[in-house]
Design a protein around this ligand. Structure first.
Ligand SMILES: NC(=O)C1=CN([C@@H]2O[C@H](COP(=O)(O)OP(=O)(O)OC[C@H]3O[C@@H](n4cnc5c(N)ncnc54)[C@H](OP(=O)(O)O)[C@@H]3O)[C@@H](O)[C@H]2O)C=CC1
Ligand SMILES: N[C@@H](CC=O)C(=O)O
Length: 432
């Protein structure tokens, strides 16, 4: 074993960074054995230097992250600050100054992954980011390396722990939305701004990264159709139950049948209780990968939280350090091609639509006509009278598979009918 340590700089020491530092200290001998050289933490950049940070030598703390990455003697920079800037500039500066980078920053990778990979390649450095998607679950490396000889056609999964925690609590214990969100935040699952979780931005970033690696292309967060969970109601969850389904926030990335384009989307969806994703509880994540030769693979585990995420960061640290010692790098940007990302309107799936309608003769026929005119075939219709009467009823329509654009046209036309008082909810049905 080499005795001269590899030098590591840690940018950020919050939920994830503090766990990375703790494990680096407590498992120093194991890490050295896996790598073939000891690793030494030589600096920790934070915003608030006076904050007490257990187990960290105060002499390592700095607020000058730029000076740290410019030192020129750092082997690996671990970026767990989050956000776009200053993280992007710090990573690029690290490459310029001789360091490889391990990052958990999905927001940045989904926004600017191509440029960061190009910079890593230009300077002959590594950029690893297993922790950016699905916390502790090994997913990036299996897609990038283990399945590199296969053809992945579909990735379907639960990739946001916070929203899965909230939906699970609402479903199983009847908890309110705010109460469940507060609990997820206290447990360290939610992003600094939980809007990123509940509005689907976090999952969309992960979907972009997954689609890029799975289909060897580049997908940016702006290419991903995104809907969050803020409009999912207790009535949607109850309606899903009546259909033998549950509601999950899904990330779905698909390669078109002709292989010429891809789609990526994030939205709440009903999935059958018999589907393996339906039993993914609390902040756990699970991802299905469908590949031509391998068939269906499922990856499951803790998708958020300091310790699980640190596990993925440290796995990358070991890999990058080994590459450093072997004077090699992992797979780079040149392995990627560019496939167009098709708009959401071209996605074909099933829909569950809940309408508030006038409870009088002929309404069902009117509604059915609108669906027929838009070419959307109805699978089932269920009418629920209201106990209070009032001349209104709830109509739940479940369709066969149809393009999203046709469904949007249907909803627009339904809204114009005098007898349709409102469209209470629209949810896609997946996983059948
Ligand atoms: N939490 C989780 O479960 C997961 C998080 N991630 C990703 O990991 C990254 C870190 O997340 P998390 O640990 O939760 O975030 P936190 O908000 O808990 O920690 C961020 C850290 O960065 C420091 N920081 C912020 N801005 C600067 C700056 N300009 N210069 C120096 N330091 C700065 C903060 O300093 P200070 O301590 O002084 O405030 C803090 O230590 C994000 O990209 C996130 O998306 C990925 C998977 C799971
Ligand atoms: N906020 C994220 C953290 C991990 O990426 C989540 O809830 O999944």
């Amino acid at each position: 074993m080499r005795t001269r340590p590899l030098k590591v700089a840690l940018l950020g020491c919050g939920v994830v960074g503090s766990e990375v530092a703790r494990i680096m200290t407590t498992h120093a001998d194991d890490l050295a054995a896996r790598i073939g050289a000891p690793v030494e933490l030589v600096g920790v950049a934070v915003r608030r230097p006076s904050k007490v940070r257990e187990g960290i030598d105060p002499a390592l703390i700095t607020t000058d992250a730029t000076a740290l990455v410019q030192r020129g003697d750092i082997d690996v920079v671990i970026e767990v600050i989050g956000g776009i800037e200053p993280a992007r500039t710090l990573i690029t500066t690290a490459f310029e100054n001789g360091a490889s980078v391990v990052s958990a920053n999905k927001a940045l990778l989904a926004e600017d992954g191509a440029a960061l990979h190009a910079a890593a390649e230009k300077y002959g450095r590594d950029l690893y980011y297993e922790a950016a998607v699905a916390g502790a679950i090994p997913l990036v490396r299996p897609l990038r390396e283990s399945l590199a000889g296969d053809k992945v056609n579909r990735v379907l999964g639960i990739v946001n722990g916070t929203t899965n925690f909230i939906l699970d609590k609402m479903d199983t214990s009847g908890a309110g939305y705010s109460e469940a969100l507060d609990e997820a935040t206290a447990l360290g699952y939610a992003e600094a701004d939980p809007t990123a979780d509940v509005e689907g931005f976090d999952a969309a970033a992960k979907a972009a990264i997954l689609a890029g690696i799975a289909f060897h292309t580049r997908v940016k967060i702006g290419d991903v159709h995104r809907e969050g969970i803020t409009e999912v109601t207790a009535a949607d969850i109850a309606s899903a139950r009546r259909m033998g389904c549950t509601v999950k926030l899904l990330a779905i990335c698909e390669r078109a049948a002709d292989g010429a384009s891809v789609t990526a989307r994030v939205h709440p969806a009903m999935i059958p209780l018999s589907h393996p994703l339906a039993s993914v509880r609390e902040a756990y994540n699970a991802v299905f990968v469908e590949a031509e030769a391998a068939g269906q693979l499922m990856f499951y585990g803790p998708g958020a939280g300091g310790s699980p995420t640190a596990s993925a960061v440290l796995g990358d640290l070991v890999a990058v350090c080994r590459n450093k010692l072997g004077e090699a790098t992992g797979p780079g940007e040149s392995a990627y091609t560019r496939l167009p990302v098709s708009p959401m309107g071209e996605v074909v799936t099933r829909y569950h639509i809940s309408l508030d309608v006038a409870d009088k003769p002929g309404v069902l026929a009117q509604v059915a006509t609108v669906f027929a005119e838009q070419g959307v075939s109805i699978d089932t219709v269920r009418q629920q009278g209201r106990p209070d009467g009032g001349g209104e009823a709830s109509l739940v329509v479940v369709t066969h598979r149809a393009p999203d654009a046709a469904l949007s046209g249907t909803v627009e036309a339904l809204r114009k009918l005098d007898t349709v008082r409102g469209v209470a909810s629209i949810m896609r049905v997946e996983g059948e």
